[in-house]
Structures are given as C-alpha cells and as structure tokens.
Design a protein. Structure first.
Length: 105
C-alpha cells in the first residue's frame, strides 16, 4: 500500500546552506552571469562571495526532494565547479503559497 503522503508531498520545509565554487577560468562577465542565474532561482539567496570565487548561498524549498532537485540543477549550471551543502534544516510547516511564506507549527 502506498502512503497518501509521499516524499514529494511532505510538508517539511527545507533550508540548506551551501558553498558554491565557481570555475576559476571565468572572467568577470562569466562570474556575473552565474550570480545572476543563481539570483533568479526561486528560493536561492546569495549571502557572501570571496576572492577565491566561492559563494555562500541558502536554498529554501517546500520539500526535501525539491531542495535536492534545486541543488542538482545549480550543480549543472555553466561556470559552476561544485556545490557543497554545509547545513540543512527541515521542519514541519504549513506553506502559505499566496504570500510565499512559512507558517511554522
């Protein structure tokens, strides 16, 4: 019997902190394009960047599977060498799609 609340439908709210290493052969325009593409991803926020082409980001999604798919998608961007998750927090929540915010239980 299949449970009615599959992994895709879990109401667990996931937040992941990660370090994104850009490829070292990118020029300034290439680095800017990667930053712009990350900024356009729903649920992604860039918090810091260092002189060694590393970005600190957070990714937020409604399910664990969604944040995994987002991580894999970012890993495949042109100009990105590696995405290394360093923190993950999951918690039961109710997602309010109209305001785009979390209502924690």
């Amino acid at each position: 019997m299949i449970a009615s609340n599959s992994f895709d439908e879990e109401a667990i709210g996931c937040i992941v902190g990660a370090v994104v290493q850009l490829k070292t052969n990118l020029n300034e325009d290439g680095s800017a394009a990667v930053r712009q593409r990350l900024a356009e991803c729903e649920g992604v926020e860039i918090h810091a960047e260092d002189e060694q082409s590393r970005l600190v980001i957070t990714m937020e999604a409604a399910t664990g599977r969604a944040v995994l798919k987002l991580t894999e998608s970012i890993q495949n961007f042109d100009g990105i060498l590696q995405v290394t998750p360093v923190y993950q927090h999951s918690e039961d929540h109710l997602y309010d799609g109209q305001t785009g915010g979390w209502s924690w239980r």
